[in-house]
Each structure stands twice: as structure tokens, then as C-alpha cells.
Design a protein around this ligand. Structure first.
Ligand code: ADP
Ligand code: MG
Ligand code: ZN
Length: 601
């Protein structure tokens, strides 16, 4: 859109400039002195005026002395009448040489032009927009042309070597690479070449990267366009773009068309807010029509990417269209190590760097996070004038990526520091003493991002299944900060808000989603619409009675209360340890795992 609005603006500016030029060429009036009519009357009565030339409402007065001045009268009124009315003597007036000239033709033209100019503006603007709306392939205004960028197959920049941790996806796509390299081999056996592949996975897992790698491996051109680029202001433009993109691709086949964010056009009708959208449907239909129109000799593979597979229109996923689905998951520990290896390639590393340890310390990180992490570490090392990146920098970067940069400058009072120290010490101690909690890696009362202090607990390995015991211990750990505040100071502070919210949510999920309440049994309550890969809930629909709702509330309360009591029991039992950890925190602000474990042992 940008380009075209800029075009419209230029047109407008040209018109304004032209208008200014026309007006400027014909300056109105001349530069002689102007006198009031009363003075003219005086001068006439005194016999000093030789002639008056009347042009429209302008008077050019010449004195006997040869001086020239101007004056004005009202339009449409006879000059003589006016002068007499103002007190001029008839005899004196008759002495003056009066000439009435026809009005200048230019002034009429200017007036007409002046009144028409706005209409001309509007007309031109209107024509301009109409033409764009139709998406005609006008050379000067190539509005309907796709803005697909072309990556030539001559220099494949990315290969499968640059993508780590997604072995299954790579295997599936290796087949696609073969289709593109030697289509004949498959066609001679009567095999139907797949037309479309959808890559599904959370943001940052390498969907775009993998699509590029496929074209790099096959050595074919790569046309990429993002779904949101199809969705334009004017209906029909998206479809025109699709047609254009496929035309361009056909001329360069074999090749890959990469449609990023395909959910922007391919969401199934009625999903999400705003309902169906004409433009989206037309664009989607055009993609399907183009794909259906591929002959057996069209060696084009359309690769689409989305993090919302749940809202894709089923028509897109039908056989013969995007019938291959490749899922990219968050990498596990081995995957993360592989991705780290890819990104530290060519960077000088200090001897103490252990990628295995880094991979262990970054659960939940996706490829993009890891790339970011390595980059941050390199920047830190450069800022410290080091020749190589050391473990220290990596560890600091992990925390940066997780929690945002340290904010040492935030001022807290000594009293607040005490409260924070006991709060975090409470979390850490309870998590340390409960068998199912993840080990505490770090306790800190240095503000980070939005939180004032934090206790970082990381699992020993990625876990996909959790037990009821673990959840109960986790909730106790979450509440422990508040418990410590109450125990030590007999007071409650707002800082625990986040902990309480997390604990309540988890408890409610145990009851309504995981069937972990003995009272309510193995049922789920409420219909949830979740964004599968973004892990967020959009809406919950109640499908249970008021009595059950009350029971759920009671069960949630029971879980929370029990966890609270357990945390309290532990903190009372280890009150001396709590004291030691909190004091140490006040002293050095940050405790690493080893020191912390030594203190509480
Ligand atoms: P997506 O398209 O899934 O949102 P991208 O492909 O744009 O993610 O990934 C962003 C960046 O993260 C890539 O350019 C790459 O540097 C890094 N990255 C992501 N996944 C991987 C991976 N599996 N292996 C190596 N690097 C990765
Ligand atoms: Mg992407
Ligand atoms: Zn807390």
C-alpha cells in the first residue's frame, strides 16, 4: 500500500504546485499607493485630478502633477454617482477625464479556475483510486502485482545444515527436495507430486528457515510472500496478487512458493473475531484455484507456514492441496544443543563453554530465542573487550532472554529490600524442601524486567507429563513468598499478586482440566478454545451447573489452603534457614545454586 499512497500524494502535490503557479503568473493589482475615496473627492473638488480610469472596481487616478495612485469603489455602482454622494461638486467631477474600461478577461478566468480547482482535485483523485481498486495491470500503477521477492536458485544461502533440532521435519522435506530436483523420476512411475506442504509450529521454531533450506537444497528459486500482504484494503487485489505470483512462479519452475502466515488468508469461515471477510475468501479461493490448476508437469511446490493450524480452513488441507503437514515442535535438549552448535559456528568461544549445560539451562527456548541468546552473549563479550565468548556471557544472556536486562538502577528502600529477601527466600526454601519441585538455580532480589525479584527453578530435563503431587508442590512453592512475608513481618504486600494468580490458575486447572480433584472426579469442566501453539486460552464456555460451579470453587480453595499450610509448616520448621538465606540475599542480592544449597543443607 505504501507505494501507492505515496503516488497519490505526489499527484496532489503536483496539482497544488500547478495551481500556485497559475495564480502566481497573474499577479493581481499593481503597486501604486492606494487612497480612500474621500480623499479622491477632496482632490477632485480642489481641481488636482486630471483623469480616472475605471477598470471593474479599481480606479487609476492621475493627478495634474503626474502622480499616479489607485483607489477602489464598490462593484456595480456608477463612479460619478458615488463621488457626488460623497460630496464632490458636479462641475469639478465633469472636469475630470473619466474612462471606463471593460474588465480584464484574465480576472474572469482566474475566478472560474479558482472555483473549479477543488473539483479538478477531487475528480483526479477519484479516478486514481478507482483505477487502483480495479487492480488493473497498468504499467505505471502496478498495484495488483505481487510483491513476492525472488530468491534465485543460483546461490542457495541456507541448507539443511543450518537447521537443527527438527530431524523429522527435515526427513519429510527431504522428499520434497527430491521432487524438485528430479521430478522425472517420480512422474515416470505415475506418482502424483505433492502440491502443497504446511509447516506448523510455534513462532520462532524455524518455519521460514526450513522453507528456505528446502529451496537451497534443491537449488531452485524461492518466491516468498506473507499472507498478510494479500489482505489489502480493496477487494479483489489479493486475488490479483495471487494470480500474478503464480504466473511469475510458473515461468521459473521448478520452484517453491512460500506463503508465510497462511492463516491470515486461510482461516476457516467464522473463526476468530470479525467474521468472514470477502477479500480473504476471494484470495483463498484464488490460491486453491491456482493449485488445482497445476498440471502434472508443473513443478511448483507451495510451502505454507502457520502457528494457528487450528483455524485453517479445511478446504486448504484437503488432499491435492496442502496435504502434507509438517509439525515443528519446540526443540528438546538435544535439539537445543544442535541449534546452539549452528549458531556458535564461526564465533570464537572460550574453553569453559559447555553447550550441553547451556542446552540444559534453556528449556522452552525455540530456535529464534537461541539465536538471540548467542547474539546477546557475543555483544556482551565485545562490550567487555574479550577475544572470545565465555560461559559467563552465555549465562548472563540466558537470564536476559528469560527476564529482560538487569535493572540495578531501580532504587528500593532498605525496608523493601528486606521484604523482597524474605519473600524470595521463602519461595526458594520451600521449593528446595519439597521433593517434586524443580531445583532452584538462582535466587535474586535484583529487579529484572517487570518483576522485583525472582527465584529461578529449572527442571533437570524437559517434562511433558506432570503428576498431581508435582502440581501440589508447585503451588506450595508459589505461595511460599506470601507465607514468608506473613510469618516474618505479620503483614501482606502487593508483590505476591503474580504468585497468587499463578497458583489459583494452576489449582483451577487441576480441578477442571486434569481431573485431579477426588470430589469432582475425572471429568473436565468448561469448553475451552485454546490457541494450540501459543498456549493461550481465548474463551471458556460453561457447560456445568451452578452447583458444580460451587463445588469447583470449593475444591480450588481446598487445594490452595492445603498448599498454603504445607508451605507454612516448612517455613516454620526451617525458620533458621529462612533467616540465613534472607540475610545472605540482603548482603549479596543474588545467590547461585551451589551457595544456596550449601546454606539450606
Ligand atoms: P518462524 O518462521 O518459525 O517464526 P524463523 O524461521 O523465522 O521462525 O526463525 C527465526 C530465526 O531463528 C532463524 O533465522 C534462525 O536463525 C533461528 N532458528 C529458528 N529455528 C532454528 C533451527 N531449528 N535451527 C537453527 N536456527 C533456528
Ligand atoms: Mg516465519
Ligand atoms: Zn513471589
Amino acid at each position: 500500500m505504501n507505494v501507492n499512497w505515496r503516488g497519490a500524494l505526489i499527484y496532489l502535490l503536483i496539482l497544488v504546485a500547478a495551481g500556485a503557479l497559475i495564480v502566481g503568473l497573474f499577479p493581481a493589482g499593481n503597486t501604486a499607493d492606494e487612497i480612500p475615496l474621500s480623499q479622491l473627492v477632496n482632490d477632485i473638488n480642489a481641481g488636482r485630478v486630471e483623469s480616472v480610469v475605471v477598470e471593474d472596481n479599481e480606479l487609476q487616478i492621475t493627478y495634474n502633477s503626474g502622480n499616479e495612485v489607485v483607489s477602489r469603489k464598490e462593484t456595480g455602482v456608477d463612479l460619478t454617482e458615488t463621488l457626488l454622494a460623497l460630496g464632490a461638486e458636479r462641475a469639478a467631477v465633469e472636469n475630470v477625464d473619466l474612462q471606463v474600461e471593460p474588465a480584464s478577461p484574465w480576472s474572469d478566468w482566474l475566478a472560474i479556475l479558482g472555483s473549479f480547482l477543488p473539483f479538478v482535485f477531487l475528480a483526479v483523485l477519484f479516478l486514481f483510486l478507482m483505477r487502483q481498486a480495479q487492480g488493473t495491470n497498468n504499467q505505471a500503477l502496478s498495484f495488483g502485482k505481487s510483491r513476492a521477492r525472488m530468491f534465485t536458485g543460483e546461490k542457495p544461502t541456507v541448507t539443511f545444515d543450518d537447521v537443527a533440532g527438527v530431524e523429522e521435519a527435515k526427513q519429510e522435506l527431504a522428499e520434497v527436495v527430491e521432487f524438485l530436483r528430479e521430478p522425472q523420476k517420480f512422474i515416470s512411475l505415475g506418482a502424483r507430486i505433492p502440491k502443497g506442504v504446511v509447516l506448523m509450529g510455534p513462532p520462532g521454531t524455524g518455519k521460514t528457515l526450513l522453507a528456505k533450506a528446502v529451496s537451497g537444497e534443491a537449488g531452485v528459486p524461492f518466491f516468498s510472500i506473507s499472507g498478510s500482504e494479500f489482505v489489502e484494503m480493496f477487494v479483489g487485489v489479493g486475488a490479483a496478487r495471487v494470480r500474478d505470483l503464480f504466473d511469475q512462479a510458473k515461468r521459473n519452475s521448478p520452484c517453491i512458493i512460500f506463503v508465510d502466515e497462511v492463516d491470515a488468508v486461510g482461516r476457516h469461515r467464522g473463526a476468530g473475531l470479525g467474521g468472514s471477510h470477502d477479500e480473504r475468501e476471494q484470495t483463498l479461493n484464488q490460491i486453491l484455484v491456482e493449485m488445482d490448476g497445476f498440471g502434472t508437469d508443473t513443478n511448483i511446490i507451495v510451502v505454507a507456514a502457520t502457528n494457528r493450524p487450528d483455524i485453517l480452513d479445511p478446504a486448504l488441507l484437503r488432499p491435492g492441496r496442502f496435504d502434507r503437514r509438517v509439525v515443528l515442535d519446540r526443540p528438546d535438549i538435544r535439539g537445543r544443543k544442535g541449534i546452539l552448535e549452528v549458531h556458535v559456528r564461526g564465533k570464537p568461544l572460550a574453553k569453559d563453554v559447555d553447550l550441553e549445560v547451556l542446552a540444559r539451562g534453556t528449556p522452552g527456548f525455540v530456535g529464534a530465542d537461541i539465536e538471540n541468546l548467542v547474539n546477546e552473549a557475543a555483544i556482551l563479550a565485545a562490550r567487555r573487550d574479550k577475544k572470545a565468548i565465555a560461559m559467563e556471557e552465555f549465562e548472563e544472556s540466558i537470564e536476559r532472554v528469560i527476564a529482560g536486562p538487569e535493572r540495578k538502577s531501580r532504587l528500593i528502600t532498605d525496608e523493601e529490600k528486606q521484604i523482597l529477601a524474605y519473600h524470595e527466600a521463602g519461595h526458594a526454601l520451600v521449593q528446595n524442601k519439597l521433593p517434586n519441585c524443580d531445583p532452584v538455580h538462582k535466587v535474586s532480589i535484583v529487579a529484572r524486567g517487570m518483576s522485583l525479584g525472582y527465584t529461578l527453578a529449572l527442571p533437570e530435563q524437559d517434562r511433558y507429563l506432570h503428576t498431581q503431587d508435582k502440581f501440589e508442590d508447585d503451588i506450595a512453592g508459589m505461595l511460599a513468598g506470601r507465607v514468608a512475608e506473613e510469618l516474618v513481618f505479620g503483614e501482606k504486600w502487593t508483590g505476591a499478586h503474580d504468585d497468587l494468580e499463578k497458583a489459583t490458575k494452576l489449582a483451577r486447572k487441576m480441578v477442571t482440566a486434569y481431573g485431579m480433584s477426588p470430589k469432582l472426579g475425572p471429568l473436565t469442566f468448561g469448553d475451552r478454545d485454546e490457541l494450540v501453539f501459543l498456549g493461550r486460552e481465548i474463551a471458556e464456555q460453561r457447560n456445568y451447573s451452578d452447583e458444580v460451579a460451587e463445588e469447583i470453587d470449593l475444591e480450588v480453595r481446598r487445594i490452595i489452603d492445603q498448599a498454603y499450610d504445607r508451605a507454612k509448616g516448612i517455613l516454620i520448621g526451617y525458620r533458621d534457614r529462612l533467616e540465613v538465606v534472607a540475610q545472605r540475599l540482603i548482603e549479596i542480592e543474588t545467590l547461585e545454586r551451589q551457595e544456596f544449597e550449601a546454606l539450606v543443607a
